[in-house]
Write a protein that binds this ligand. Structure first.
Ligand SMILES: Nc1ncnc2c1ncn2[C@@H]1O[C@H](COP(=O)(O)OP(=O)(O)OP(=O)(O)O)[C@@H](O)[C@H]1O
Ligand SMILES: [Mg+2]
Length: 390
């Protein structure tokens, strides 16, 4: 794949060529990549009044190098998701100044005045009243607009075709929705969890329910998703004394079940709650599922009268939202489990002095959310499971 791999020193000329920057003498660049997959550079003027971020996908996984090839067209998926969100929720993503498909590079707003939500939560901060509500609204606005309720049928079919993302979906199908439940070299866990990891692999009821969620992930083309909506994909802060919430890194975007996005956020919220509990510092964690779901539901219902296909009646909306709820509960469960006994773990738990008690509680919670999702029909029912854990 012959394209230009940008190094720090290449960024000024690159931004100049693409028409993003005029005075190339007045530009400083630093690399801030801290994810696994891609490179991110920040460019700023000496006086700090202008700045931009550049994110480029490499033809491999950044932290592994060329020995782990990865199609850079994940950057196309990221640009496509941003393009759709920009139409309906521009205040909830970084402003995108340009996408260069030949070099898989996105030029966007510098958000380094904000902080990654996971980092703040790990330091013991509270969510505050805005963060989860904005996330719920984000999912509603993005998913409604790219569903058959928000988009004419032919346009939707074109979006589905353009958004097929076999390589990244396969990662999710494997790493999230099957490997943790079978013997696999990717899996690892703390020795204090040996018994639970073995029990989960032997649990046929759990296996069938995960198979159901996996098949829904593979076949339920409800809306364009973010695809990786964890607390490390959210930045928060204040600007001009108003709260700001920005969702970023939608490179796993594809057309799938809406509950996958909500469920991923919930899993991360619930794991963060277990961290806070283990440290004896519970904050406003217990409120976050409710805040995000209520904002999601209210926004989806607010948009419903604008639907493009009115054969879908109000009673169908109720049924549809119930299904999204149930899927969300299930995917919250699969995300919790895979983050403890699967391939990639969460710093929320790994940095605890003793990760075992919180990890055990979270694993048991994850299993309950998966196998009992049909009967956990409201927030109180989910909270009751959290409170009942030993
Ligand atoms: N627009 C931006 N402004 C400021 N910092 C940014 C911006 N985009 C990304 N970053 C920084 O770079 C980091 C990595 O970004 P991002 O998560 O998009 O990359 P990634 O390689 O896809 O990561 P992952 O492996 O987690 O998927 C972020 O955690 C953040 O610190
Ligand atoms: Mg990423």
């Amino acid at each position: 794949m012959g394209y230009r791999i940008l190094e720090t020193d290449d960024i000024p000329a690159y931004l100049g060529e693409r028409g993003h920057w005029e005075d190339l003498a007045d530009i400083r660049v630093r690399e801030v990549s801290d994810g696994n997959m891609n490179r991110v550079f920040l460019a700023s003027s000496a006086d700090g009044t202008r700045s931009l971020a550049v994110k480029q996908a490499l033809p491999w996984v950044r932290v592994a190098g060329p020995s782990w090839p990865m199609n850079p067209d994940r950057a196309d998926a990221e640009a496509r998701a941003y393009e759709q969100v920009a139409k309906v929720a521009p205040d909830k993503i970084p402003a995108v100044h340009g996408y260069d498909p030949e070099n898989y590079a996105l030029v966007m707003e510098d958000m380094s005045d904000l902080e990654v939500l996971r980092t703040l939560l790990n330091e013991g901060a509270a969510y505050g009243p805005h963060t989860s509500a904005r996330i719920g609204e984000f999912v509603a606005q993005f998913s409604f607009a790219t569903s058959d309720f928000g988009m004419p049928s032919a346009e939707r079919k074109a979006l589905i075709a353009a958004s097929v993302s076999p390589e990244l979906c396969k990662i999710t199908e494997d790493v999230v929705l099957s490997e943790p439940y079978v013997e696999h070299e990717h899996n690892h866990w703390h020795p204090g969890l040996d018994d639970l990891a073995a029990a989960f692999r032997a649990d046929t009821r759990l296996r069938t329910e995960v198979a159901d969620l996996r098949h829904t992930f593979m076949t339920s083309a409800q809306a364009l998703l973010h695809g990786d909506l964890h607390t490390g994909s959210v930045m928060v802060g204040r600007r001009e004394d108003a709260p700001v919430v920005r969702v970023f890194d939608p490179e796993f975007s594809f057309v799938g079940p809406i509950g996958y996005d909500l469920g991923l956020y919930w899993a991360n919220v619930l794991v963060s709650e277990e961290r806070a509990r283990a440290l004896g510092a519970p904050s406003d964690h217990a409120e976050q599922l409710r805040l995000s779901w209520e904002a999601f539901e209210a926004e989806f219902r607010r948009l419903w009268p604008t639907r493009v296909d009115t054969f879908f009646d109000d009673a169908y909306l109720d049924r549809f939202l119930r299904r999204v709820w149930t899927d969300s509960v299930g995917y919250a469960g699969t995300e919790i489990v895979r983050r403890i006994i699967g391939f990639a773990h969460l710093t929320d738990l790994t940095t605890l002095p003793d990760p075992v008690p919180a990890s055990r509680r979270a694993l048991l919670l994850g299993r309950e959310l998966i196998v009992r999702r049909e009967e956990l029909t409201d927030i109180e029912a989910v909270r009751a499971v959290v409170e009942s854990l030993g």
